[in-house]
Design a protein around this ligand. Structure first.
Ligand SMILES: Cc1ncc(COP(=O)(O)O)c(C=O)c1O
Length: 401
């Protein structure tokens, strides 16, 4: 059945979230209330000013046409102002910035714009699953770079074999990290930039969780590192910061050659996001920093409630400093898929199996902090009861043998 399916598409991995969907459906059909923590889709509302801006734009006929460069310039000017206020970075709206239809779209198209088939990409393992699909579409060879807990989930770039480093065309990083919730320091970002400059590699830093930071921690932009504009592109999104995943808006910031290549590639594929949605994004980006800090405090309460409840039931949990996830070792030797599917079917609690993020994710699960603290506590209790019941059954079986 490959008459109308390209090898690019058939080479893409199947989405494991489809299997999770079937398990969730089974739980619902049994009448179990679903607590879905398997996907990072925020349940908080978008800012009122963003919704108002979009609603006003819908009645403005000047927004109805195709959106070419002059159409997206106001959005990029607002983005440039945001970078200046937030990071003290002076980015030129015309050469350093480009609007995206979400950072995922940007990632896929950026690979097509900057690589040739057979080029080598350095990908984190575990990592965001859609990277693998984009890599397959671009026909790239992959070298997986382990993110290990003992190294704070940061890659050890210096230990990469010389032939791999010299062949690599692209390095992908993303901090605050999905799924591990690992965080980076400005020093790490500088080391990554130095590594990429030394080996002539494009560094793609996927940065959708820039605002999901707790306490005094601030997530560093790679663009603040010396030399970053010579070798890096950072991908931003309004999906997480403003709970607007369905609106599909983001931007790419960084190296002018890569940005120009991406703009040219996209000109053959899409006509950019609707201007009304860009205006919604501008309204959101114009809000004071306190807006996203307030949302981050709500996330932090959820983080604390979930981590405490899991710790109380005996899990060894590292409390994350950022992101919207808790990444946890399963406290029993159950494969992560079996654990997540069984848990969803039998309790209605859905979590993401670690293996969905790569082989180094095995043995873990990822919780998304997308419900209120009480619901997260309830989920932790249901998980604990599920594990106890499983272990009782397996003891019974081994006693009968
Ligand atoms: C690391 C990472 N990159 C990109 C995305 C997708 O972002 P967007 O909605 O901007 O396409 C996600 C969403 O969960 C993500 O976790």
């Amino acid at each position: 059945m490959t008459r109308f399916t390209s090898s690019r598409v058939s080479g893409m991995p199947e989405s494991v979230f489809l299997q999770m969907d079937a398990a969730k459906k089974e739980a619902r059909s049994k009448g179990l209330p679903l607590i879905d923590l398997s996907i990072g889709a925020s349940d908080l509302p978008p800012p009122q000013v963003a919704l108002q801006a979009l609603s006003d734009a819908v009645w403005d006929p000047s927004t109805y046409g195709y959106c070419l460069r002059s159409g997206f310039t106001p959005f990029l000017e607002a983005v440039s102002d945001w970078h200046q206020r937030r990071m003290g970075l002076a980015l030129d709206p015309h050469s350093h910035l480009l609007p995206l239809i979400g950072s995922q779209e940007g990632f896929g198209h950026l690979l097509l714009a900057v690589t040739n088939p057979g080029d080598l990409i350095l990908l984190p393992d575990p990592g965001y699953p859609s990277y693998l699909g984009a890599v397959s579409i671009a026909g790239l060879d992959t070298h997986l770079v382990p993110l290990l807990e003992e190294q704070g989930f940061l890659p050890d770039l210096q230990s990469l074999p010389e032939d791999v480093a010299s062949r690599a065309k692209v390095l992908v990083l993303s901090y605050p990290n999905n799924p591990t919730a690992g965080v980076a320091t400005p020093e790490f970002m500088q080391q990554a930039v130095n590594f990429c400059l030394q080996h002539d590699i494009l560094l793609i830093h996927d940065f959708p969780y820039v605002d999901m930071v707790f306490g005094a921690y601030e997530a560093p932009s790679v663009l603040n590192a010396r030399g970053a504009l010579d070798c890096a592109v950072e991908l931003y999104s309004i999906s997480k910061s403003f709970h607007m995943g369905g609106f599909r808006l983001g931007w790419a910031a960084g190296n002018p050659e890569a940005i120009a290549a991406l703009e040219k590639l996209k000109s053959a594929i899409d006509f950019n996001q609707y201007v009304g949605i860009q205006r919604a994004g501008m309204a959101a980006l114009g809000l004071p920093r306190e807006h996203t800090r307030q949302d981050a405090r709500r996330l932090m309460e959820r983080r604390d409630a979930l981590c405490q409840a899991l710790q109380d039931t005996g899990w060894d949990i590292s409390v994350p400093q950022a992101s919207m996830y808790v990444w946890a070792k399963i406290p029993a030797s159950i494969p992560s898929f079996e654990f997540a599917l069984g848990l969803a079917r039998e309790t209605g609690v859905a979590v993401a199996p670690g293996l969905a993020f790569g082989t180094r994710g095995e043995g873990h699960v990822r919780f998304a902090l997308v419900r209120e603290p009480e619901v997260l506590q309830e989920a932790a209790h249901k998980i604990s009861a599920y594990l106890k019941q499983r272990s009782a059954v397996s003891h019974q079986r081994s006693a009968q043998r």
